[in-house]
Write a protein that binds this ligand. Structure first.
Ligand SMILES: Cc1cc2nc3c(=O)[nH]c(=O)nc-3n(C[C@H](O)[C@H](O)[C@H](O)COP(=O)(O)OP(=O)(O)OC[C@H]3O[C@@H](n4cnc5c(N)ncnc54)[C@H](O)[C@@H]3O)c2cc1C
Length: 509
């Protein structure tokens, strides 16, 4: 489609640098904007919401500050890089703190496992449950390190544009046993069912079922040990705010309330975007940080798609949905760690209900976030800020969230009250619930999935939507649904791939 001169927005004219448009201001979109800005592009980020961050949006309610999504910050060097590209210092501008424990894991019978990056401390915890698994843990971590060296260091930021790129890594993948699931890999080294859960739940943090995602994701164990698990003072929102200030410092622009309706294409090449308002914005480089499935299904007309057809998008497997309840309490719970994982009575059975049967089970496993453990400034004095998250089926499950949300929230509140937050129901003074419906309607996430496409082997690397679109030239993808995948380190790495696949700005000068 050609743009009539009268419709071309002022944002496209009168600049000497070539224009790059980024659709969406999630971590992936912000990082892409910074990288393109550093390479000489004039960048405009278009965000449909009223503030940046996407899944890392910040809700402020009655003096409580709630980070909507990511809270576990790993691989901080990826953020450091972005500040460095702008000639600024991450450590001088952002205060991140190492967590200890990384997570407190509480089993349904009340047993507790404190997990951190200190090998001896973890082994002492394992010994409490299962002394015979201590040696297995060392061997598991060696394996995790080997996978990390290939999966993260060598492949995390390279584009998988062609089938031959994929073929090159097959021998390594076979050697590392990538065909196995995370749970199967952990079970090879560990016998105790409690410890198997402790070492295998990580894929849930990026939307994968430990019983089906490739064991490549066991690299997270080593990643966490090497760089630690951190939280930012001011919350994850402080990182988002910092990235926005980098973009603005480069002379880039972020427009809010700007929803892209269509990616414009001429002769097989992206030429810009059209907003819902009708405004057209021209750019030789278009980067979509919108959900990858949504980008192809709704933003790129069918006549420009031969690979990601509607049928293929529909048949793909999506990550789980998320039920998240943000709440503030009028008292503090100082004995509750910053990150607590409350594992329910069933492990595989619950995961089957979420990922396969797609039904809302009576039981749940929860992640409880208490950021005020690290930064009391996120709540009014004497109060605590929390969120609790339950993995649930995405919207292909037949769950009426209008009806189910409140009883489900109440069940979770009761469980928390009976376990780690005594008297909770009487202490709540702020409350907000989000369900997979909100992920679909607010974030435009296909099927309301929490983390886009599920990271199974046949939806990873070359099999995932490519960072340089396989459909049209000049279109690039960053974020959870493209390579390497979800999670803050994943989406920051997807933006790093752009350095390889987006041409130099001089190409368009
Ligand atoms: C509750 C929760 C907890 C999590 N916890 C962690 C954690 O602790 N650690 C971790 O590493 N990861 C975590 N994750 C995962 C991580 O947050 C995500 O994988 C990552 O933030 C996704 O970033 P993204 O770049 O894909 O963009 P998103 O955050 O998905 O943002 C995409 C943006 O695009 C905008 N957009 C979409 N369509 C359009 C359009 N047509 N026009 C304009 N704008 C559009 C959306 O409004 C949104 O702002 C969590 C996720 C959730 C939901």
């Amino acid at each position: 489609m050609t743009l009539p001169a009268s419709q071309v927005s002022e944002h496209t004219s009168g600049r000497s640098k070539p224009h790059a448009v980024v659709i969406g201001s999630g971590f992936g979109g912000l990082a892409a904007a910074i990288r393109l800005g550093a390479r000489g592009y004039q960048v405009t980020v278009l965000e449909r919401l009223d503030a940046p961050g996407g899944r890392a949006y910040v809700h402020k309610i009655d003096g409580f500050t709630f980070d909507a999504g990511p809270t576990i910050i790993t691989a901080p060097f990826l953020l450091d890089d972005l500040w460095g590209l702008c000639g600024r210092s991450f450590s001088e501008e952002i205060d991140i703190r190492l967590m200890d424990p990384f997570y407190r894991i509480r089993f349904d019978d009340g047993k507790v496992f404190d997990y951190n990056g200190d090998a001896d401390a973890v082994k002492a915890q394992i010994a409490k449950f299962s002394p015979r698994d201590v040696a297995g843990y060392d061997r598991f971590m060696e394996h995790s390190q080997a996978i990390f060296k290939i999966g993260f260091e060598q492949l995390g930021h390279v584009p998988f544009n062609s089938w031959t790129d994929m073929l090159k890594i097959v021998p390594d993948m076979i050697t590392l046993g990538s065909h196995r699931s995370v749970y199967a890999m952990v079970s090879k080294y560990i016998k105790d069912p409690y410890i198997r859960q402790v070492l295998s739940f990580h894929p849930l943090l990026i939307g994968g079922n430990p019983f089906s995602v490739t064991s490549i994701y066991t690299l997270i164990s080593f990643l966490e040990r090497k760089w630690g698990v951190h939280s930012a003072i001011g919350g994850t929102g402080a990182l988002v705010k910092g990235m926005v200030s980098l973009i603005e410092g480069q002379g880039g622009t972020i427009r809010y309330g700007a929803e892209v309706e269509q990616i414009l294409v001429k002769d097989g090449t992206a030429t810009g975007v059209r907003l819902k308002s009708g405004e057209a914005i021209a750019a030789p480089v278009v980067v979509s940080n919108a959900d990858a499935a949504w980008t192809y299904r709704y933003l790129l007309p069918t006549e420009h798609r031969s690979h990601w057809t509607d049928q293929k998008i529909d048949r793909a497997q999506y990550s789980n949905g998320l039920f998240v309840w943000y709440f503030g309490t009028k008292r503090q719970y100082p004995e509750v760690a910053h990150h607590t994982i409350l594992l329910g009575p069933r492990y595989k059975g619950l995961l089957d209900d979420i990922f396969k049967n797609k039904r809302l089970a009576k039981d749940f496993s929860l992640y409880l976030h208490r950021p005020t453990a690290t930064d009391p400034g996120l709540a009014p004095e004497g109060c605590d800020t929390f969120y609790v998250l339950a993995p649930v089926p995405h919207l292909k499950g037949d769950i009426d969230w209008e009806k189910q949300a409140e009883p489900y929230r109440a069940r979770i509140a009761k469980y928390l009250s009976e376990t780690v937050l005594p008297g909770l129901e009487d202490e709540i003074v702020a409350s907000l619930v989000t369900t997979p419906r909100d992920f679909q309607d607010r974030l435009l996430s296909y099927n309301g999935a929490g983390f886009s496409l599920e990271p199974i082997l046949l939806q990873s690397a070359w099999f995932r939507p490519h960072n340089a679109s396989e459909e049209v030239n000049g279109l690039y993808l960053v974020g959870a649904g493209t390579h390497p995948g979800a999670g803050v380190p994943g989406v920051l790495s997807s933006a790093r791939v752009l350095d390889t696949v987006v041409p130099d700005a001089s190409t368009y000068a």
